[in-house]
Design a protein. Structure first.
Length: 146
């Protein structure tokens, strides 16, 4: 494969990566809403979709690394100039993704804290209610049929 074909494939792959990162960015907005609404199923579904996209991105990154090894330093400089705008968009999208992931992480930690507090309250309530329960049935010592 010649350098021009490889360069075209690299640009096409970077465009595909940008689309996948944009999809992840969009799904993170939905994930944040799902966390706020405490919709656990939707959160897990979104996480699975993001994981699939990330696996595809890892494969594409490996392919890009193989393709770029074929270029001379001068060709790499030319390719960097040609893809600068695309790489800048990728970088901005990645920064957005990281910020949204941090927001979702904080929301999940807050939810976990609230859930832990509720569990502690329920546990304390159960302990307090034990004093009001009916006494357990006294089993007869002579006949077991009573």
């Amino acid at each position: 494969m010649d350098a021009k074909e490889t360069a075209k494939k690299i640009v096409a792959t970077l465009k595909e990566e940008l689309k996948l990162y944009a999809l992840i960015d969009q799904r993170l907005d939905e994930q944040e809403r799902a966390i706020r609404n405490e919709d656990e199923r939707l959160v897990f579904k979104i996480i699975d979709e993001k994981d699939e996209a990330l696996q595809t991105l890892r494969e594409q990154d490996r392919q890009l690394a193989q393709w770029t090894q074929q270029f001379s330093p001068a060709q790499l400089d030319f390719l960097e100039e040609k893809t600068r705008a695309l790489r800048d968009k990728l970088s901005a999208t990645l920064k957005s993704i990281l910020a949204k992931e941090e927001t979702c992480d904080k929301l999940l930690q807050s939810l976990q804290s609230r859930t832990g507090s509720k569990m502690t309250g329920v546990k304390k309530g159960k302990i307090g209610l034990k004093g009001y329960s009916l006494p357990s049935r006294v089993k007869p010592k002579i006949s077991k049929n009573i």
